[in-house]
Design a protein around this ligand. Structure first.
Ligand code: PGA
Length: 260
């Protein structure tokens, strides 16, 4: 895994956007895995800026979102479908029929989850999956103890995640208890993983994910099993990493490093 430390949130977001832009410039019909949450907002803003300046075209891009709250329809302001529309899709030219967000209101979750997996496969698999990390170490809604082979399914949110996400809802009781989420196994099949993290509240989860053992207690640690995973963190999120100098040394030497 490659770990890149940037000075602040803006620099983290810009570098992440550059990686997405590089992919789209070499593969205009790329399949992008999208994430929600506060962290990727800056990355989306940067992609929107590039699109508006004519540097990016999403007309052939296909997208798959990681997860959705169960019980929230797509027009609910706290649903992830709504989040994606407001913060990204309505500002760029991804065709509506190319956008896939898990349904939070299907009448048959197992069938929907199977269909979502099949749809990803039919589209050739995800080229680049954007990820955030929860303060409990989750990726998507794969809470501690989620199988590292898990597929898209229903998941009960952890108390920590409900507490973390309560800030978006009027009352803590309004936070849905269940979510539909891609599994860790689904995520690991993406050809490239790009995890962004910012702030002190993520420092411990990042240290465990990057430098701790691979464990279902910290599902982000599964990135260690992937051959092309990049973790971009700001100073605060990097503050508990012990190998920082080494990551910086690798990054500084990168242009000169022999290509694999
Ligand atoms: P956040 O959420 O970006 O809002 O901190 C990240 C996550 O839970 O994956």
């Amino acid at each position: 895994m490659e770990v890149v430390i940037r000075q602040n949130y803006n620099e983290m977001s810009k570098l992440a956007a550059q990686m997405v832009a590089e992919l789209l410039n070499t593969k205009p019909n790329a399949v992008l895995g999208m994430a929600t949450g506060s962290t990727p907002l800056g990355l989306y803003q940067e992609l929107v800026r590039m699109y508006k300046q004519g540097q990016l075209d999403f007309s052939r891009v296909m997208t798959f979102n990681l997860d959705e709250y169960v019980g929230l329809p797509g027009n609910h302001p706290q649903s992830y479908a709504y989040f994606m529309q407001e913060n990204f899709f309505r500002h760029v030219n991804v065709p509506a029929q190319n956008i896939n967000v898990p349904s939070g209101t299907t009448s048959n979750y197992p069938a929907f989850c199977d269909w979502y997996e099949k749809r990803i496969a039919e589209c050739g698999g995800i080229d680049l999956q954007i990820l955030g990390i929860g303060s409990d170490g989750h990726i998507a809604f794969n809470e501690p103890t989620s199988s590292l082979s898990s597929r898209t399914r229903l998941k009960t949110l952890s108390k920590q995640t409900i507490d973390d996400n309560a800030r978006f809802f009027e009352r803590r009781e309004d936070v849905p208890v269940y979510a539909i989420t891609m599994g860790v196994g689904t995520i690991l099949e993406a050809r490239q993983l790009l995890l962004v993290a910012s702030g002190k509240s993520k420092a411990s989860a990042i240290a465990q994910a990057v430098e701790g053992p691979v464990t279902s207690m910290v599902t982000a640690s599964a990135l260690q099993l992937h051959r092309d995973a990049t973790v971009i963190v700001d100073e605060d999120a990097a503050s508990e990493l012990t190998m920082r100098e080494y990551y910086e040394f690798i990054y500084a030497a990168k242009p000169a490093a022999p290509r694999a």
